[in-house]
Design a protein around this ligand. Structure first.
Ligand code: ADP
Ligand code: MG
Length: 269
């Protein structure tokens, strides 16, 4: 179970599981616009947390804060026990240096609504790029892993294709393989199927289900309620920059407690 910060994270056997993500009272504003107004949540290792909520509620901003793409104004975010962006010395917080930030970011994979592949590189080269440049893996080693990852996302026959020669669903699967190439301990998905034609959504969700089954910790912002019900360990409903409600997906979906959750679900279900 995840959601509220004080929840006890246990697996099916009742053993406590370590936390992968912990957000405590996270605030983020852009100028005078308060976007995140005290986000608290916990994601256990190996869990899939699905985040839903109306447009503008701060879902993307929250993911971007976890992945250092935005700096929070107050509160704390931990990933695998590490404080994001800061080092704690006694009572004082010191901002991490660029190199330390880069190291933290390497362990977090992110997949966006728009696939953001390098258009002038083949699928294979897209997946090999970060391991070669950032991890300084040898070409041979990076290639071997990239081939295996493209196979894993069902694209063995497309390694030499450029993004322009791939469907949206195939491009998104390359983007997932590219993120996995850095061997992240956490994967963040920001509406990964929202830009896809309806008939291509399933193939991307299937890859994500597969990842979940393999034990990857994932935070998934999506409107795919079926995915939340089937794959999610927890469902988090955000509105107006706060977590309004969270819990087991089936429970939240079948019996939402808050009017705002009810109103939102009535629109999307
Ligand atoms: P969601 O993903 O839930 O639709 P976002 O996190 O994208 O919501 O946006 C939440 C609010 O923050 C919106 O009002 C949006 O316009 C605003 N916002 C997001 N990013 C920025 C930014 N870089 N500068 C100013 N406002 C932003
Ligand atoms: Mg968004």
């Amino acid at each position: 179970m995840t959601g509220a910060v004080d929840s006890d994270i246990r697996d099916d056997t009742g053993t406590a599981r370590p936390e992968m993500v912990r957000a405590e009272n996270v605030h983020k504003s852009f100028g005078h616009l308060d976007v995140l107004k005290g986000i608290d949540l916990v994601v256990g290792t190996g869990e899939v947390s699905v985040v839903i909520g109306p447009s503008g509620s701060g879902k993307s901003t929250f993911l971007r804060c976890v992945n250092h793409l935005e700096k929070i104004n107050s509160g704390r975010i931990f990933v695998d026990g590490d404080l994001i962006g800061y080092r704690q010395h006694g009572d004082k917080l010191h901002e991490l240096r660029e190199k330390e930030v880069a190291a933290q970011r390497r362990s977090i994979g992110m997949v966006f609504q728009r696939f953001n592949l390098f258009p002038h590189m083949t699928a294979l080269a897209n997946v090999m790029e970060a391991p070669c440049r950032v991890k300084r893996q040898s070409k041979a080693q990076a290639r071997e892993r990239a081939v295996a990852l493209l196979e894993r996302v069902g694209l063995s026959d497309k390694v030499s294709n450029y993004p322009g020669q791939l469907s949206g669903g195939q491009q998104q699967r390359v983007a997932i393989a590219r993120a996995l190439a850095m061997e992240p301990k956490l994967m963040l998905f920001d509406e990964p199927t929202s830009a896809l034609d309806p008939e291509l959504v399933g193939e991307v969700l299937d890859v994500m289900k597969d990842l979940a089954r393999d034990g990857m910790t994932m935070i998934v912002v999506t409107h795919e309620i079926g995915f939340a019900r089937e794959v999610g360990d927890s469902l988090i409903f955000m509105d107006g920059g706060v977590v309004v409600e969270s819990g087991a997906p089936r429970e939240v979906l079948a019996d939402p407690k808050h009017d705002r959750t009810k109103a939102f679900l009535a629109k999307v279900l």
